[in-house]
Write a protein that binds this ligand. Sequence first.
Ligand SMILES: [Mg+2]
Length: 227
Amino acid sequence: MLWLKLHHSPGVVHIFFCLLPPAICQLSPLDLRPVPAYKCPALIQRRAIFLDRDGTLIEEKNYLRRPEDIAVFPGAARALRRLLAAGFKLFIVSNQSGVGRGLFTMQDVARIHTRLAALLARQGVHFQKIYVAPEAPDQHSRSRKPSPQFLFDARDEFGLRLEQCYFVGDKLSDLECGWNAGLKKCLLVRTGYGLQVEKSADPRLALAVVVDDLPAAADWILRECLK
Ligand SMILES: [Mg+2]
């Protein structure tokens, strides 16, 4: 009987099951109890956290234009290390309309991201990719949030399962970007513009999870994965 045969090689069977579609992957071959997604290697390799930059990962500086002005939020690096340890890939998705408005250039943005990546790399955090939309709101843009285009690009390049991914941001456009891409959940942090957004009581917030900051977002996501 298939069931008894499976019982004799649980490790092999577990790997086999993880290659199956997620609905099946959730089933243990031994007792049909749900296997948490975080234990399923095939899923772990394909899930990610999309992070807004200003007001979420680093302090909102109202058109940050100098690398030396970067201020990473306290606890952010540790939170991201925990998410990496749980198997999430990390991406930054940032609108930088200051470029389109002529306040600074993409070279300035690149310098900022080089320093940001170096600061966090020293603390064990590595990003797969940093996506930047440089257009001003009134300019045509393929991928400026709330467009989900960068998330689709990441899905195609890194083989992500977007329905297993999360977005963390401080604006409604961050949440909408995630919703437009069909992510599992979008989290609003109260840092940056987040508190202001929460107070707006926009009905769309009912779809979001609201947390204090990035460390709290990591706590929520990791708890969710352990269910
Ligand atoms: Mg922001």
